[in-house]
Design a protein around this ligand. Structure first.
Ligand code: C2E
Ligand code: CA
Ligand code: CA
Ligand code: CA
Length: 280
């Protein structure tokens, strides 16, 4: 490592050994998790700010570990990416999302959409994964826009032709595309034009400071104006207070998602919320 001086001997502390062991242990456990049906998909509502109604949901992966309890994705997604398990698990998340979307697309919610996260690693192997996805949707008689894919700017940074092809393929069959965590990476306005993206998700780090940091408010407002000019809809992530929601609504933000409305929920609890047709 390049770090020298005071920290020179700190690499072999018991803490680090413990975390390396923890990592190995997690990888071992993950191998059994698929067979043991320990993964869960939770759903977090996305609210149309103009009406207060739930119109979409984001599918978020959880791991119900028999001893550790609920393990959050930031702890294990990197591991399932390294080990290649992400491909099988990602397909499963997609199928779960489609299953619940089909059930929930009735009555007032006939346009209901579920978004799934797809990491760059998944695109590397599944350049044409959307073909299988489309076949599955068609089998069930569902249109492409039942599903949206959430990607991050990192994916677009390289602009690998296979990945661009895959993204365009998705758009061709009606599956929508959302650009996640917008504002945190190497955000380039050029991407938004080049890749024909449907939604832009403003990262929660900006939303958190909206009411006390005029800079973040100005930035969010500018993002919304620009996105609308380019024909994109905007989703604000991490909306936790009514003040944040009101500010966002006042500058024309289309959708909000965050603890103010609801935490991610197991499907049954999400369904109860949806049937309630609660207005936020
Ligand atoms: P993300 O895609 O940015 O998802 C939003 C994260 O923000 C979720 O964390 C959600 O629970 C959290 N969140 C929602 N509202 C609020 C709020 O008001 N305040 C705060 N502080 N946080 C809020 P979660 O579920 O822990 O997921 C973390 C990340 O793991 C996701 O970030 C996504 O990058 C990844 N991930 C989750 N599920 C999947 C999946 O099925 N496939 C892939 N490839 N990645 C996934
Ligand atoms: Ca996301
Ligand atoms: Ca995000
Ligand atoms: Ca993220």
């Amino acid at each position: 490592s390049k770090t020298l001086g005071r920290n020179r001997y700190s690499y072999f502390t018991p803490e680090l050994q413990a975390s390396a062991q923890n990592r190995l242990r997690l990888i071992t456990d993950l191998r059994g998790a698929i067979a043991g049906e320990q993964f869960r998909v939770y759903f977090q509502p996305v609210i149309e700010l103009a009406t207060g109604r739930i119109v979409k949901a984001e599918a978020l992966l959880r791991w119900q570990h028999p001893q550790r309890g609920m393990v959050m994705p930031d702890e294990f997604i990197p591991l399932i990416e390294e080990t290649g398990m992400i491909h099988e698990i990602g397909e499963w998340v997609f199928r779960e999302a489609v299953h619940w979307a089909q059930r929930w697309r009735t009555g007032r919610h006939s346009e209901f959409q579920i978004s799934v996260n797809k990491s760059p690693v998944q695109f590397q192997k599944e350049a044409n994964g959307h073909i299988g996805w489309l076949a599955h949707l068609e089998e069930l008689g569902l249109p492409g826009n039942t599903i949206a894919i959430e990607i991050t700017e990192g994916l677009l940074l390289d602009a690998d032709p296979a990945i661009v092809g895959a993204l365009l393929g998705c758009r061709d069959v009606g599956i929508q595309v959302a650009l996640d965590d917008f504002g945190t990476g190497y955000s380039s306005l050029a991407y938004l034009n080049r890749f024909d993206i449907d939604y832009l998700k403003i990262d929660k780090s900006f939303i958190g400071n909206l009411t006390d940091n005029p800079g973040d408010m100005a930035l969010s407002e500018a993002i919304i104006v620009m996105a609308h000019k380019l024909g994109l809809k905007v989703i604000a992530e991490g909306v936790e207070t009514a003040a944040q929601r009101d500010l966002l609504a006042s500058v024309g933000c289309d959708y909000g998602q965050g603890y103010l409305f609801s935490r991610p929920l197991p499907p049954e609890a999400f369904e109860a919320l949806l049937l309630d047709d609660k207005c936020f």
